[in-house]
Every structure is written in structure tokens, then in C-alpha cells.
Design a protein around this ligand. Structure first.
Ligand code: ASC
Length: 146
């Protein structure tokens, strides 16, 4: 009983600590870093897929990172992270169903591309499906550069 109470208190404290640490400006910086990582892996994979470089043995690494990152993105836009140094548009929060669908499209394309890489059937079209879904989301939900 005492132990479980202590455990519960610890969980509660941890949860509070996590929430307090989620300063919106830090979330925005974190989000930008994760997106840059996604762009880095996508750019690297692109050069392999297009035969510009001969690092085919590293394509699985990039495709895995792309798929993993695609799964993180949906959680990177909490309600209060819509101000300041961000190009995130209000539509992310005002059209949540559309936004979720765009996330899902990207996740599915990235998953399919990873599977193709693992099966040895990856091609330019499968890769383009991923970048098209990136672009689809950016067109709707990311503001232009200043
Ligand atoms: C990329 C990247 C994006 C998308 C977009 C697709 O490689 O960094 O933001 O693809 O350019 O058109």
C-alpha cells in the first residue's frame, strides 16, 4: 500500500515535471530540429535513389529514420505551439481531421518506402510518394518563407 502510494506520487510528479518542461518555444525549436532531421534523411535518400551517389547500403538507414520521424510529427504540434518563430499555420489546429489525414498519408508513404527498400524493390516512384506527401502537408499547413 505504502509502496503503491509512493509509486503513484512519483508518477504524478514526473508527469507534472514533463508538462512544465514543455515550454512552447522549446517545443517549436524541437519541432524545427526534428523536421530538419527528416529533411536531412530525405535529401540523403534522394541522392541514393537518383543514383547520384553510390551508398545503397545506407538507404535502409535513411528510410528507417524517415519512417520513424514520420511517426513523431503528429505529436509535435500541441495546441499552444502556434505562435512566435514558426511557419505552422492555424489550419493545423482549426482543421484537425485534414491535418491528421496529411500525417497519415506521410506515415503510410514512408512505411511503404521502407518496406520497398527492405524488399529490394525501392524505386523513384515510391520515394516520390513520400516527398509528395511532405509537399502536400507543407502546401496546406506551412506558411511561405518571409
Ligand atoms: C524534402 C524536403 C521537403 C520535402 C519537399 C517535397 O526532401 O526537405 O520539405 O521533400 O521539398 O517537395
Amino acid at each position: 500500500m505504502r509502496n503503491s502510494l509512493m509509486a503513484l506520487t512519483l508518477i504524478a510528479l514526473t508527469a507534472t515535471g514533463t508538462a512544465a518542461a514543455m515550454d512552447a518555444e522549446e517545443v517549436i525549436k524541437y519541432r524545427n530540429s526534428v523536421m530538419k532531421a527528416y529533411a536531412g534523411h530525405t535529401g540523403a535518400a534522394s541522392r541514393i535513389v537518383r543514383g547520384k551517389v553510390d551508398y545503397k547500403d545506407q538507404l535502409g538507414f535513411h528510410a528507417t529514420a524517415m519512417r520513424d520521424i514520420s511517426l513523431l510529427i503528429e505529436g509535435l504540434f500541441p495546441e499552444d505551439s502556434d505562435f512566435g518563430e514558426t511557419r505552422a499555420k492555424a489550419e493545423i489546429w482549426s482543421k484537425p481531421e485534414e491535418y491528421k489525414q496529411a500525417m497519415k498519408d506521410n506515415q503510410q508513404a514512408a512505411e511503404a518506402f521502407l518496406k520497398a527498400v527492405n524488399d529490394g524493390t525501392a524505386d523513384a516512384a515510391g520515394f516520390k510518394a513520400v516527398t509528395d506527401s511532405c509537399k502536400g502537408c507543407h502546401d496546406k499547413f506551412r506558411a511561405e518563407d518571409d
